[in-house]
Design a protein around this ligand. Structure first.
Ligand code: NDP
Ligand code: GDR
Length: 349
């Protein structure tokens, strides 16, 4: 049985990748950082299944800032494949927390690679690199495009990208980069713009919210569907020769267009609900990211199928289910409170 280690298993991609690898028969070891509350909601369904959790899914505490723990875990698990997905992954937040972002997103990668090198582990290593590294480079961007990072996050990912290549070239480690363009899903964190939009469209449509505050609506992104992107990750590590791949749909979409798709899907006009909030602007914005993933198509046999319009609809549908549950709960709470008030009044009467 092949053994995989996933850092960031509790995140959007980590949860889909864990599902994929378990389906493929892997033993999956996930690294979870300690939090004061449960942070495993995205993998709860896997952990609840005793056929999986007792045999093939193991979770270990660990943090990207702790080299000794990463070394110990690698030595203990002896994985065949390491998927390094953990990071401080929010671009806007990286301007507020540049040092933390560099410590986790940049140095976290070299901590892994150094542990692999020193222990001479024969495992394959996947680095989740980002289209943000291209920054100002005009689209379409691919593996050969210049890197011009425009945020502490992108600068950290650029370090991680180069150090991954360096360990491959200098020490012969099978270490590769997926240059991933934006990819989303119903499991996307609620502070990223697509999920923020689909949650708002759903919640507004059932009367739970009135306004949506956003920043730059003109940004162009290349939004794909996360479960397809974790398949590209797996395919990358199955190649005989290690190489880096851009992974994208190639289809541009502005934030404004994405708004249109999500709100139209619930029969609303977004212009009536969206307000500008400058707190969501970045000191330096990346205007347009549109990927060229022809190398991945040629060598990995991978191609994106879900594009932004369908993505917006499927995410909005998933958020509608949640919004309706939330509305039903709110209704029950209201009825209970009103019943309690009536009972109190009756007792007083
Ligand atoms: P998420 O933000 O959803 O998940 C990040 C994961 O990293 C979470 O499991 C988080 O744990 C974990 N993590 C954060 N800090 C630490 C730490 N100090 N120690 C251990 N674990 C930590 O990201 P995605 O799933 O969307 O992305 C996966 C990777 O791909 C990231 O590296 C991201 O930068 C990169 N990427 C993503 C793209 C996208 O569009 N989604 C595009 C390009 C690159 P917790 O759950 O506790 O917060
Ligand atoms: P991004 O994703 O920065 O591309 O990074 P995000 O969804 O945060 O922003 C996309 C674009 O939308 C604009 N925007 C807003 N963004 C947020 N978060 N909130 C808002 O209210 C808002 N209004 C407008 C942004 O300015 C930006 O132009 C994601 C992350 O997953 C990274 O980890 C990953 O590396 C890149 O995608 C590729």
């Amino acid at each position: 049985m092949r053994r995989a280690m996933i850092s960031g298993i509790t995140g959007q991609d980590g949860s889909y990748l864990a599902e994929l690898l378990l389906e493929k028969g892997y033993e999956v070891h996930g690294i979870v950082r300690r939090a004061s509350n449960f942070n495993t909601a995205r993998i709860e369904h896997l952990y609840q299944d005793p056929r999986i959790s007792l045999t093939r899914l193991k979770l270990h505490y660990g943090d990207l800032t702790d080299s000794s723990r990463l070394s110990a875990l690698l030595a203990e698990i002896e994985p065949d494949e390491v998927y390094h997905l953990a990071a401080q992954s929010h671009v806007r937040v990286s301007f507020d927390e540049p040092v933390h972002t560099a410590d986790t997103t940049a140095l976290g990668t070299v901590r892994f690679l150094e542990a692999i090198r020193v222990a001479e582990l024969p495992c394959r290593f996947y680095q989740a690199s980002s289209s943000e590294m291209f920054g100002d480079t005009p689209p379409p961007q691919n593996e050969l495009s210049p890197l011009q990072p425009r945020s502490p996050y992108a600068a950290s990912k650029t370090f991680a990208y180069w150090v991954t290549r360096n360990y491959r070239e200098a020490y012969g480690v099978y270490a590769v980069n997926g240059i991933l363009f934006n990819h989303e899903s119903p499991r996307r964190g609620p502070t990223f713009v697509t999920r923020k939009i689909t949650m708002a469209a759903a919640r507004i449509s059932v009367g739970l919210q009135n306004v949506l505050y956003l920043g730059n609506l003109d940004a162009v992104r290349d939004w794909g569907y996360a479960p397809e992107y974790v398949d590209a990750m797996w395919r990358t590590l199955q190649q005989d020769e290690p190489s880096d791949y851009a992974v994208a749909t190639g289809v541009p979409c502005t934030v404004r267009e994405f708004l249109g798709y999500a709100f139209e899907h619930v029969g609303l006009d977004w212009r009536e609900y969206v307000r500008f909030d400058e707190r969501h602007l970045r000191p330096t914005e990346v205007n347009a990211l549109i990927g060229d993933s022809s190398k991945a198509e040629r060598e990995l046999g991978w191609r994106a199928r879900v594009h932004s319009a369908e993505l917006a609809r499927l995410m909005t549908d998933a958020d509608l289910v949640l919004a309706k549950e939330e509305a039903a709960l709110a209704h029950v709470r209201q009825v209970t409170q009103s019943n309690r008030r009536s009972a109190t009044e009756l007792r007083r009467a």
